[in-house]
Write a protein that binds this ligand. Structure first.
Ligand code: OMP
Length: 276
């Protein structure tokens, strides 16, 4: 999916919501445990109940890899269940020397070899250009580079001075020379709303993946104040606040209600920004 198509989906759905599919077996509604693959059933029901309210799904691979071979099968089948009009994000936070990154790219982008072809993958910038380029070599695929993350540890490196600028600023400026905003997005945590004005100065046209709304307490309206651009430019991710909205048999309905509340707030914000 290219940038214009993503913006069209946002306008169609009046939403820039990305739902995080981060399931933990112990937190699943008990009635699902009778299924052969309870996590897959959980994901399928969540997707079926919410896909008209969001434009993207982001399974974090840790929640699948932690379950070994069966978890990986669940990830493949989950990807296969996501409707094709959705932007898909493999939240794998990869990045390694070039030939190894090339194999990571095959794992998430090449359906012939891995049975999955996500639109995008999250990548750590620390190892530099040759660790990111193998992902960019796949046409029509996106790299979502960690810039300013939502967690407290983001202060350890990302907001430290380096060459008279903050490290995350250097990450954005340098990586913007590797690919343009048709192939590159940045992760910026919703908990860092005060930084969006600065980030938009450095990356006015890029889409930003913004996790941290919901369970981590990020403020959607504050993010949008400076975060929205002329093609919306934001994908707001929420996982736990949606997928665990209820632990009962009504979990999918409750997830829909949470997603709907966010979609309605987003619709108002899009209208206020004259993007609808
Ligand atoms: O890359 C990410 O998606 C990510 C970056 C970041 O800075 N903070 C962050 O929370 N995430 C991911 O976004 C999701 C947030 O989930 P909730 O806090 O449950 O909404 C998890 O999958 C995190 O791994």
């Amino acid at each position: 999916m290219n940038k214009q198509q993503l913006f069209e989906q946002i306008q169609l759905k009046k939403s820039f919501l990305c739902i995080g599919l981060d399931p933990v077996l112990e937190k699943l509604p008990k009635h699902l445990l009778k299924y052969e693959d309870p996590i897959l059933e959980f994901n399928k029901q969540l997707i079926d109940a919410t896909h008209d309210l969001c434009v993207a799904y982001k399974p974090n691979t840790a929640f699948y890899e932690s379950r070994g071979v069966k978890g990986w099968e669940t990830l493949v089948k989950t990807w296969q269940h996501i409707p094709k009009d959705q932007f898909t994000i493999a939240d794998a936070k990869r990045g390694d020397i070039g030939n190894t990154s090339a194999m990571y790219a095959e794992a998430f982008f090449n359906e012939e070899s891995s049975a999955m072809s996500f639109d995008s993958i999250t990548v750590a910038p620390y190892m530099g250009k040759d660790s990111v380029s193998p992902f960019l070599n796949h046409p029509n695929k996106w790299v979502i580079l960690l810039a300013l993350t939502s967690n407290p540890g983001s202060q350890d490196f990302q907001t430290q001075q380096s060459n008279e600028q903050l490290l995350y600023e250097q990450v954005i400026k340098t990586s913007a020379t590797w690919a343009n905003s048709d192939q590159l997005m940045y992760v910026v945590g919703a908990t860092k709303a005060q930084e969006f004005e600065n980030i938009r100065r450095l990356a006015p046209d890029h889409f930003l993946l913004v996790p941290g709304v919901g369970a981590q307490g990020g403020d959607l309206a504050a993010v949008c104040k400076y975060g929205l651009n002329k093609q919306c430019g934001l994908l707001i991710n929420a996982a736990r606040s949606i997928i665990y909205a209820s632990s009962g048999e009504d979990f999918a309905e409750a997830a829909r209600a949470e997603a709907l509340a966010l979609q309605q707030e987003m619709e108002q914000l899009l209208k206020a920004a004259q993007l609808l």
